[in-house]
Design a protein around this ligand. Structure first.
Ligand SMILES: [Zn+2]
Length: 163
């Protein structure tokens, strides 16, 4: 939930910024006044004025680029803590595609999960696979308790007598 809320928040902030940029371009561009039935009408210059149309095409490219960067950034974030995933590890081989296709694994530094990104996509686009991890500290303490229980007869020592 937090993951998707963060994406929506980023898209909304980018939408406000890009809408403002479009508004600034529209109002900063020199306009020719058109009089229609005695009233001054501000006409849309898109597809009528070549430099303005070119500027709007660039604006559209910037909008697409910003949305692409937001989605790309979101894809490589932890689903739990929203931090950037780190430590890419490449595995598999391009020479042995059937037995181990090349892929890159990214992990959250706080142990929340692993993102597996396939480098080879033969059957079309494959979404990255997010695998959440259990709480690693729980596992550490659980294994320590088990270790103490299993080694109890050998490691048991009598409490020292206090003098
Ligand atoms: Zn995390």
């Amino acid at each position: 939930m937090k993951y998707w809320a963060y994406l929506v928040a980023k898209l909304m902030i980018a939408g406000v910024f890009l809408r403002g940029l479009g508004w600034a371009i529209f109002h900063a561009w020199p306009q020719t006044d058109t009089f229609l039935a005695g009233r001054r009408v501000r006409s849309d210059l898109f597809a009528h004025d070549l430099p303005y149309t070119f500027a709007m095409w660039l604006y559209a490219l910037v909008c697409i680029g910003v949305v692409w960067v937001i989605v790309w950034d979101q894809r490589y974030r932890c689903r739990t803590c929203l931090r950037r995933l780190r430590m890419p590890i490449q595995s598999g081989s391009w020479n042995h595609v059937l037995f181990g296709a090349p892929r890159t694994d990214y992990i959250c530094l706080y142990g929340h999960g692993t993102l597996r990104v396939s480098e080879l996509q033969i059957t079309g686009h494959q979404e990255p696979d997010w695998e959440p991890h259990d709480d690693m500290w729980k596992n550490c303490f659980r294994s320590k308790r088990r270790k103490n229980k299993s080694s109890w007869p050998l490691s048991y020592t009598f409490p020292a007598k206090q003098v």
